[in-house]
Design a protein around this ligand. Structure first.
Ligand SMILES: Nc1ncnc2c1ncn2[C@@H]1O[C@H](COP(=O)(O)OP(=O)(O)OP(=O)(O)O)[C@@H](O)[C@H]1O
Length: 280
């Protein structure tokens, strides 16, 4: 595929790319230490309340795991944060001053909220390096130089991301030839090219080998601090391996919150979720 064709494909993907987006002029203010405030959010689909008076607060720089049985509202919650679904009631603030409910999906993406869906959607016919370049191209500041040579700074940025995702030695490989786990890391790398403040990651280890899961745990842990990372995941061993704080959703509300040990020993959690099999 030619680069321009690829760019057209890029634009059609369900991810929102910054190049398409008018600048909001809004600045993230995390001076109180909290990057996300969801308060009293409710959403009803055809009479069914998928999110029910949800309150959720995420600290800047934390790595938060969200667990909960099927249908608990995890995906809907992510959809509300990214602007894909509008709540019927409630408020959603990004930092102190940005009202997410007033912004479009592309505007929210441009403010630095990146989302990684479960299935990797890398450009299979392009190399690892080209995939990262294309992700950088989504940043309109580099648009004028896109088809020209990369600047030393851009090379450095790509090298930094390659190191973070552990694919330095695979930079010239076709993305389609990577393992499932490597494709997931590459896609995380593509999000990192845009240096998001908040990364929403949906079931990152589904279909991975144990070794790949271990590396994914290391990767996500390494991102916390510089980024805020929210991971929705069903695999409890994986959650245990990365989690500081776990939020359990059930019937659209927060049922419990705390360390993995705290939530796993919470009788309400045992009753509705962990006691009932693997959560699927
Ligand atoms: N667009 C929609 N129209 C109707 N019902 C919906 C819609 N989106 C979600 N739902 C329902 O809302 C509830 C919450 O769904 P959601 O996908 O958010 O749960 P989840 O916790 O992500 O589940 P899973 O772990 O299976 O992904 C489910 O009962 C689902 O069927």
């Amino acid at each position: 595929m030619k680069t321009l064709d690829t760019l057209r494909t890029t634009m059609r993907r369900d991810q929102v790319w910054e190049i398409m987006v008018p600048k909001t002029g809004l600045e993230l203010d995390i001076s109180h230490g909290t990057i996300l405030y969801l308060e009293d959010i409710s959403v009803t689909f055809d009479g069914f309340r998928a999110i029910n008076h949800l309150n959720l607060y995420i600290d800047a720089g934390e790595l938060r795991c969200i667990i909960g049985p099927n249908g608990a509202g995890k995906t809907t919650m992510m959809d509300i944060i990214t602007g894909k679904t509008r709540p019927d009631t409630g408020t959603a603030w990004f930092g102190q001053s940005i009202d997410l409910l007033r912004l479009s999906e592309p505007e929210i993406a441009s403010l630095g909220i990146g989302r990684k869906f479960q299935k990797p959607t890398v450009f299979e016919h392009h190399s690892v390096m080209e995939n990262l370049e294309l992700a950088m191209a989504a940043d309109k500041r580099v648009w004028p130089t896109l088809l020209a040579r990369l600047t030393p700074e851009q090379h450095e940025r790509i090298d930094g991301v390659l190191e973070t995702i552990g694919l330095q030695e695979h930079r010239a490989r076709r993305a389609g030839a990577l393992s499932h786990g490597q494709k997931q890391w590459l896609e995380i790398g593509m999000l990192l090219m845009q240096d998001p403040h908040l990364l929403l990651v949906d079931e990152p280890v589904a279909g991975m080998t144990h070794q790949e899961m271990d590396r994914t745990a290391e990767l996500l842990k390494s991102l916390a601090g510089r980024h805020t990372v929210v991971v929705v995941e069903h695999d409890m061993d994986f959650v245990r391996s990365i989690a500081n704080k776990v939020t359990v959703l059930h019937q659209g509300s927060v049922l419990a919150e705390g360390t993995m040990d705290e939530v796993q020993n919470d009788p309400r959690v045992i009753e509705v979720y962990l006691g009932g099999g693997d959560g699927h």
